[in-house]
Design a protein around this ligand. Structure first.
Ligand code: IDP
Length: 154
């Protein structure tokens, strides 16, 4: 079983779509290992998305991600990382509505920024993001973000 990090973003939580998303992910065969409702400060949101610093959408993204509570999740399934990204659909919800209307971003997102959910894109990202939200969660083997490229989280 692979683990991944997923998040239900503030737009979906404030609209009440987290109930639908949590139901859909369990129907999709994902097990919830950890779940937490978290209010990110602007500084924590900026840190989480530091790889995008300097891009035109960064400040708006940080404002959005600190605008209300998120639901942080550790999910487990075979091929969880790619499976979760497939369930989410394309990054831009306008594109998702056209190309993957049944995806989570197609159904619950709005546009390029307000897109309902997040998912780690690699084992290294999953390790870093799980540690970011759940620092005391013990996974076996314990992933180390500095060397996570050499780990498969399972
Ligand atoms: P991902 O969430 O599908 O992995 P990333 O490229 O890592 O996509 O972008 C992180 C987040 O930044 C997106 O989910 C979205 O909320 C926002 N974002 C990405 N690209 C744009 C853009 O071109 N305009 C506005 N917001 C963007």
């Amino acid at each position: 079983m692979q683990k991944t990090f997923a998040m239900i973003k503030p737009d979906a939580v404030s609209a009440g779509y987290h109930h639908n998303i949590l139901q859909e992910l369990e129907l999709g065969g994902f097990a919830i290992v950890s779940k937490a409702r978290v209010q990110l400060t602007r500084a924590r949101a900026a840190e989480f998305y530091a790889e995008h610093k300097g891009k035109h959408f960064y400040e708006k993204l940080v404002d959005f991600m600190s605008s209300g509570p998120v639901i942080a999740l550790v999910l487990a399934k075979e091929e969880a990382i790619t499976g979760w990204r497939t369930l989410m659909g394309p990054t831009n919800s306008v594109v998702a509505k056209e190309q993957k209307p049944d995806s989570l971003r197609g159904k619950y997102g709005t546009d390029g920024t307000y897109n309902a959910c997040h998912g780690a894109d690699s084992p290294a990202s999953a390790a870093r993001e799980i540690k970011f939200f759940f620092p005391r969660l013990i996974l076996d083997p314990l992933p180390d973000p500095a060397t996570a490229k050499t780990f498969i989280i399972d």
